[in-house]
Design a protein around this ligand. Sequence first.
Ligand SMILES: O=C(O)COP(=O)(O)O
Ligand SMILES: [Mg+2]
Length: 231
Amino acid sequence: MKSLDELKLIAFDLDGTLVDSAPDLALAINAMLVDLGREVFDELTVRHWVGNGAEVLIKRALSGCSTVDNTLPESLYRQARGLFEQHYCENLCIASRLYDGVAESLATFSQRNIPMAIVTNKPSLFTPGLLKQIGIADYFDVVLSGDSLARKKPDPLPLQHLLDHYQLANQQMMMVGDSKNDIQAAKAVGCRSLGLTYGYNYGEDIALSGPDFVADSLVELVELIDGSVTA
Ligand SMILES: O=C(O)COP(=O)(O)O
Ligand SMILES: [Mg+2]
């Protein structure tokens, strides 16, 4: 059993972990593509393109596949970015929803005075608005977006920033995420990790990334902390 007695901070990924934001991301991406006179994609396709921040998402959409076409003109990207930002800012939380188990689990961690932070690759233009509109902003002491620091996940920099900020040993922090980027960042910084099975992760099984724990719901983390479930 891996004891969680020493857990002093939970770092949460956002998209695909706390919030199913893919429907609104797909709406904004498709509105952008329509403005540009290009073909649109179904939500499942766009879902598999989420995980590396807005720039990569937009470039995947312009490329029409998960592998970015490196010959895309910079001017096209800049035009597309402006359109995407406009559409997504206007519709951040229309069809997005908290995953089952998230609201009650965050409330439980808060009642137990476990500090919580957000470490997302989502740009800071969108993150605070989405957290507020979906009703969970007040739970987080620190919110790190994809452009808050010089590098984003899978780079360990945002997680190292949290360890320094809270003056914690690496095993006192747990990263909770849906993507291999979250698990790689956790391993690189030496903290614990929990992979959720329901998120995006490019359609791949999160267990393949080797997190310390795998869960189908955030409620399982409450149970792990309670020691009622062992891994
Ligand atoms: O916006 C993205 O591409 C991914 O965001 P996430 O890091 O919260 O999953
Ligand atoms: Mg995610």
